[in-house]
Design a protein around this ligand. Structure first.
Ligand SMILES: Nc1ncnc2c1ncn2[C@@H]1O[C@H](COP(=O)(O)OP(=O)(O)OP(=O)(O)O)[C@@H](O)[C@H]1O
Ligand SMILES: [Mg+2]
Ligand SMILES: [Zn+2]
Length: 254
């Protein structure tokens, strides 16, 4: 592109390559444009510093416990396939990672968004708590506009990564806000990739049989509201990472 110090030899910095076939000329995007677009997307993706390197390449699927290894492999494959096939929407347009703390949900969610950005899709990361806090502060006229812009971006970006869904004190305002966000994105068929360590069950079902280290104190439906939960289920394939031990506590080399 023209902004670079070195002008691209293939397109002269225009971002377009002109080709002639049978006397007709056409234009197509130059590779340099795609590379720069991906770099710009990464810059504005809002990925937290400790996940900027998280990718499929450095996600370990090896585990000394074979049952856990199987779950890691299945989770990895489901996330990887989704990213590879995107935006082909044979199934659901989004993903929901469910499982205990340290299982690798956020790592895989970031790995997916990294791949989607390489493909040129705008993907933006928001911590659930951070997004709600920002929106709440936006009612303060002193710095409201910029914070409301964040929420607007969460509504409108091509792919929204919503991390730690449900991890916030429940109030009517929170439930209304989440319902609004999910409903708008669902109606527009805009993909959501979410992570949560809550059980994805309906708020009115019993809690029987929900073992593991998942946070069984609350159900997703209770924390984000039944309407948001229902829409999310309609939109997202679920990747269940139950029973995977906390990577943060794994002995080195395992
Ligand atoms: N299989 C893995 N291979 C390599 N690194 C991993 C793996 N699983 C997790 N990690 C790393 O361990 C840390 C914790 O993982 P991550 O944040 O993805 O967990 P989480 O499931 O989102 O947990 P929480 O519910 O607490 O948010 C991160 O630094 C992540 O990069
Ligand atoms: Mg996480
Ligand atoms: Zn070029």
């Amino acid at each position: 592109m023209a902004t670079e110090a070195k002008v691209c030899p293939f397109c002269g910095g225009t971002g377009w390559r002109i080709h002639e076939i049978g006397g007709l000329s056409g234009a197509e995007r130059c590779d340099c444009f795609k590379v720069h677009r991906a770099a710009r997307l990464v810059e504005s993706a809002n990925v937290p510093a400790n996940y900027t390197k998280a990718s499929f390449e450095n996600f370990s699927i090896v585990h000394h416990d074979k049952q856990q290894e199987t779950r890691l492999v299945d989770s990895f494959k489901a996330a990887y396939d989704f990213a590879e096939r995107f935006p082909q929407r044979t199934e659901k347009p989004g993903l929901l990672f469910v499982g205990p703390t340290g299982a690798g949900k956020t790592h895989l969610a970031v790995a997916v968004m990294r791949r989607l950005m390489q493909k040129g899709f705008e993907s933006v990361f928001f911590g659930y708590q951070e997004l709600l806090e920002k929106l709440k502060s936006s009612y303060d006229p002193a710095y409201g506009a910029a914070l409301r812009e964040s929420y607007q971006r969460a509504l409108e970006c091509e792919v929204l990564v919503l991390d730690d869904l449900g991890a916030y004190r429940v109030t009517d305002w929170v439930l209304d806000t989440v319902t609004h966000l999910i409903t708008v994105r669902c109606n527009e068929r805009r993909p959501v990739i979410a992570t949560t360590n809550l059980v994805e069950g309906r708020a009115d079902l019993t809690r029987k049989g929900m073992g593991g280290e998942t946070d069984t104190r609350y159900l997703l439906g209770e924390r984000i509201g039944e309407r948001a939960r229902s829409r999310l289920m309609e939109m997202c394939s679920i990747i269940r990472m139950h029973g995977i031990s906390d990577y943060r506590e794994r002995p080195v080399g395992r």
